[in-house]
Design a protein around this ligand. Sequence first.
Ligand SMILES: [Zn+2]
Length: 94
Amino acid sequence: MDEQDGDRNRELMLDGNAAGGMLYDVFSAEMTGAPTECASCGRRGEIGSLLAFTQAPGLVLRCPSCENAMVRIVRAGDVTYLDARGAVYLRIAR
Ligand SMILES: [Zn+2]
């Protein structure tokens, strides 16, 4: 990645709290304070501490330590695709 790509990525990046509304719609729960663990580097933290990219067709949440894509959510019509293979777990409050 050259310096220009890095700048562009930072412009597109929001923190995980900015994605809270979409996460609430998908999980029907407040998720920004929910704990999760990166499947790549093992970092543990709240979902709200992840790097959120919302300019893609969906939402991508990346680990702030290793930038692994932990969660991807894409909506298409009346369905939602969830790819969370980059996370060891997501804890969802009942
Ligand atoms: Zn990581």
